[in-house]
Design a protein around this ligand. Structure first.
Ligand code: ADP
Ligand code: GLC
Length: 493
């Protein structure tokens, strides 16, 4: 099949979170299975042209926008071979430091920037005569693509066979803007309705994508259920319920070429389930690197995360003041985000000298060392569409402690001492009591060498790769391919 994969970030070019991991691995797996996959990304300033060998393939590329047209340049990189990766360049929109914000607030021209990106993807496909069977979109930044497919490009023969799939990685981010921004899209006000882009008198890119895509997926089964409820749906629950026949939960896979302690070139000593000694060396390295007491015996817990409301790291930081008093363990954080949470962790470090290691910023290499060096990984998320780190942690024998929500609930099995089954620890409520209780439970098992060994072995046996996940996407694509069967109707302006 010919598949256009559209995303606002992809490893190794540019990454702020799990979306980038998925946008690298899923297209790659599809391409390996013989599909012709083209990945489309904005060419942000931070994507180094020389490093990634970007070659100009088309310019100028006309992109209709607002009252007229803007000009883009289209580059291609061979770096993610066998996926052909295209970059849409327009400096006024993407030639700046951040992807979506300046570190404090979202860019005011985001609606214009991502309207441009969505439109440019169609123009690019036309420019090099790529006629996709599937256009796979990801998150709100690409939400207008399914809308355009059903409007401006509804009768374009180049896209006659193209079905759209909208993957929702996080309902907490929807791309909601003042309705005047409809101007940039060149869409008619007839789409500004409850069945279209309208959302509390504003426009909502994700809503448009969900309602007009031929199929909608999200990144775990549990989350696909959760978002149909008011608690998790962020005001889009009625829309998800409306389209539930074409809503699918497909759990993200793990890229074990990148995340495997047996082969990981980024860790000081490789190890595996059958030969785990190297993990201790990684732990000692990590303790040294994080400036905490180097001690192989003490349990070391950690987290790698965006520090946002979603991740529950605010509650975690507070709970640790109690937990670290109750149990002897160390804690490391690799993260970036909310300043208030950072301050809480800084205070924690000052309160427990030698026991708390903090690194603020994004560091891919350190993420691998943390995964390898810790004994326990904690994810107390308020909601978690899928979550990748708990799956990486399983592979690295770093037992996950997770809140039972979304993909965390789907991928971690609670430890059952009596039967010696399970791969981690789960808790339900995001309260200090529950977090502390889960930590105490985990630490108690840590001190029981036989139980811990079994638990760690169980965890390391967990395997769910992109090779597994891709089968479900292929099945979905096949059900959509061909004549416009099972598809929602065109919505010309
Ligand atoms: P989300 O996409 O919601 O942030 P995921 O668990 O799906 O959560 O994916 C997070 C990804 O980002 C993982 O690959 C994780 O290792 C990485 N990550 C998060 N914060 C950092 C950081 N500060 N430095 C390096 N990698 C990070
Ligand atoms: C989002 C979600 C995360 C998921 C990732 C990749 O950022 O927060 O749970 O794993 O997307 O799908």
């Amino acid at each position: 099949m010919k598949i256009a994969f559209v995303a606002s970030e992809a490893y190794p070019f540019v990454k702020t979170g799990g979306l980038a991991d998925v946008s690298y691995s899923l297209p790659r797996e599809l391409a390996r299975r013989g599909h012709d996959v083209r990945l489309f990304l904005p060419r942000y300033y931070r994507i180094d042209k020389r490093n990634f060998r970007l070659a100009l393939v088309h310019a100028p590329l006309g992109v209709p926008l607002g009252f007229g047209e803007k000009w883009a340049a289209l580059y291609e990189s061979p770096h993610a071979h066998p996926v052909r990766t295209y970059f849409i360049e327009h400096d006024a929109y993407f030639g700046r430091d951040g992807l979506y914000d300046d570190g404090y607030s979202a860019y005011a021209d985001n609606p214009e920037r991502f309207t441009f990106f969505c439109r440019a993807v169609f123009q690019a496909m036309k420019a090099f005569e790529f006629r996709p069977d599937i256009i796979h979109c990801n998150d709100w930044q690409t939400g207008l693509v399914p809308v355009y497919r059903k409007t401006h490009y509804a009768s374009d023969p180049d896209f006659a066979g193209a079905a759209t799939v909208m993957t929702v990685h996080n309902v907490g981010y929807q791309g909601v803007f003042h309705k005047d921004n409809l101007f940039w899209t060149q869409l008619g006000w007839d789409l500004f309705t409850v069945d279209g882009l309208e959302y509390y008198d504003q426009i909502n890119f994700l809503k448009g994508g969900i309602l007009l895509a031929d199929a909608v997926t999200t990144v775990s089964r549990r989350y696909a259920q959760e978002i149909q409820s008011e608690e998790f749906g962020y005001n889009l629950a009625p829309e998800f319920r409306k389209i539930r026949e074409r809503l699918h939960g497909i759990t993200n896979g793990v890229d074990y070429e990148k995340w495997n302690p047996a082969t990981d070139p980024r860790i000081p000593k490789t190890y595996s389930a059958s030969s785990i000694a190297g993990k201790t060396e990684c732990k000692l390295h990590l303790q040294h690197r994080m400036g905490i007491t180097v001690d192989r015996g003490i349990p070391l817990m950690g987290i790698i995360s965006r520090l946002t409301y979603q991740k529950g790291t605010d509650v975690l930081a507070e709970s640790l003041f109690t937990a670290m008093r109750t149990d002897p363990f160390q804690f490391v954080v690799l993260g970036s985000g909310d300043e208030g949470t950072i301050q809480k962790f800084e205070h924690l470090r000052a309160t427990f000298p030698g026991r708390v290691g903090l690194f603020w910023g994004h560091d891919e290499d350190l993420a691998h060392l943390v995964e390898a060096g810790i004994d326990l990984f904690i994810m107390p998320s308020r909601y978690e569409p899928c979550g990748l780190n708990q799956m990486y942690s399983l592979k690295y024998g770093s037992v996950p402690i997770v809140r039972a929500t979304g993909g965390l609930d789907d991928t971690v099995v609670d430890w059952d001492e009596a039967h010696a089954t399970g791969t981690g620890f789960k808790f339900s409520e995001l309260t200090h009591e529950s977090v502390c209780a889960a930590i105490s439970r985990a630490i108690a098992v840590y001190w029981n060498a036989a139980a811990w060994k079994k638990l760690q072995q169980n965890a390391m046996k967990f395997s769910y790769s992109w090779g597994d996940a891709v089968i479900e996407y292929e099945r979905l694509y096949s059900s959509l391919a061909g004549p416009a069967k099972n598809r929602s109707a065109d919505r010309r302006p």
